[in-house]
Design a protein around this ligand. Structure first.
Ligand SMILES: NC(=O)c1ccc[n+]([C@@H]2O[C@H](COP(=O)([O-])OP(=O)(O)OC[C@H]3O[C@@H](n4cnc5c(N)ncnc54)[C@H](OP(=O)(O)O)[C@@H]3O)[C@@H](O)[C@H]2O)c1
Length: 340
């Protein structure tokens, strides 16, 4: 008799999806695959996008969540380099190992086109995993595959961040808190925004150089200008999208970089001129998570800089819908985790 595992699935519900708790036979790894017992999963804003169907993506029947950490419990034929018991994280794109992005990698994104991590056991490609750094717990490691790798690619791989530079991170969600930690490790000075003063106080404890409440300072780009002596910042972690891009364009320094990452204000067209990019010789970099190599580089940095991912709250597996609701509330600082 095959073993039975508990899983969460996205099922169609009106024009969106709902989470359904169900079960399935434990999968068996095929050639090139391993079976991972999942210990922890973290949620990303992307999981809300899929649940709410705001990107119009067909995820019916899909096991959600790109981000999880666990241990290898079975190994398929032909797999080398991995052993039973190895602690691993799945890569967001199962087939993007290194080099530049190719759109075919998008056919292998966990919790999107293929089943994700919100299950007791999952199959992963043996090429689509990284080892968890020794100091990190499963919960901490589960925060890395999307938010951590995205912040890494934006700042280090595409941004070539250097000591003494300035970074502006918008809000205190998963990507922005990783950006704060990673940029600080590079010796950069970070300005971070939030709608909550208490979160800004926590960000200062984590090393933020300056903070701005974007609710009490809706013209936060003027604060950025003041804080940087009118120069602007070298890097913007742009997670807001159309509703914040204009202010990010005003905030970026001459020769600087805007890492275009998020859609917290929606998927619409920005209502602003892109001319500031020309006038400032600045650039707009579209960032889509990263490769396995980016993930390995991130792990090396986390180990050397002794960075610990910030987990706001962990929910038990059975309470996954409550974890989604908590993320949707925006009350969190850093990451929301589900333990299995
Ligand atoms: N391109 C990629 O590869 C990639 C990867 C990861 C994430 N993303 C995108 O990046 C965005 C952030 O993702 P996440 O998982 O880090 O989200 P998250 O953890 O859910 O962060 C949400 C936080 O963002 C802040 N926020 C919300 N609206 C804001 C606004 N208008 N201006 C400034 N801050 C705002 C709030 O922080 P306060 O409570 O402090 O105000 C909120 O708590 C999402 O749009 C996500 O889809 C893209």
């Amino acid at each position: 008799m095959p073993e039975i595992d508990r899983i969460w699935q996205l099922l169609p519900d009106n024009q969106a999806y709902r989470l359904e708790s169900t079960s399935r036979s434990r999968p068996v790894p095929a050639a090139g695959q391993v079976l991972v017992r999942v210990h922890a999963v973290s949620l990303n804003y992307r999981d809300l996008i899929n649940l709410r169907n705001t990107a119009g993506r067909n995820v019916a029947g899909r096991i959600p969540a790109s981000d999880g950490a666990g241990e290898i419990v079975a190994i398929g034929p032909g797999v080398t380099g991995w052993s039973l018991g190895d602690r691993v994280c799945g890569c967001f794109f199962q087939s993007w190992e290194a080099g530049p992005f190719d759109t075919r990698y998008h056919q292998q994104d966990l919790g999107g086109t293929i089943d994700g991590m919100l299950a007791e056991h999952v199959l992963l490609s043996s090429q689509g995993m990284v080892r968890i750094p020794d100091p990190l717990s499963y919960q901490e490691a589960a925060t890395l595959p999307c938010a951590g790798v995205t912040a890494w690619q934006a700042l280090y791989s595409r941004g070539n961040i250097a000591a003494g530079e300035t970074v502006l991170a918008l809000g205190t969600g998963g990507v922005s808190i990783f950006a704060l930690q990673l940029a600080s490790a590079a010796g950069a000075r970070v300005i971070i925004t939030s709608s909550h003063d208490e979160k800004l106080a926590r960000a200062r404890e984590l090393g933020a150089w300056q903070t701005i409440n974007y609710r009490t300072h809706p013209d936060w780009e003027k604060e950025v200008s003041r804080m940087t002596g009118k120069r602007g910042v070298d890097h913007v972690i742009e997670v807001g999208g159309p509703g914040t891009l204009e202010k990010s364009l005003m905030s970026v320094a001459a020769g600087g970089q805007i890492a275009l990452i998020g859609v917290l204000t929606g998927f619409g067209a920005p209502q602003c001129s892109l001319f500031p990019l020309v006038a400032k010789n600045a650039r707009l970099d579209g960032i889509y998570v990263g490769s396995r190599t980016h993930f390995e580089q991130l792990n090396t940095c986390l180990t050397h800089a002794q960075i610990c991912p910030i987990i706001d709250r962990a929910f038990p597996f059975d309470e996954a819908p409550a974890a989604y609701e908590y993320l949707a509330s925006g009350a969190h600082f850093g990451k929301v985790v589900i333990t299995i």
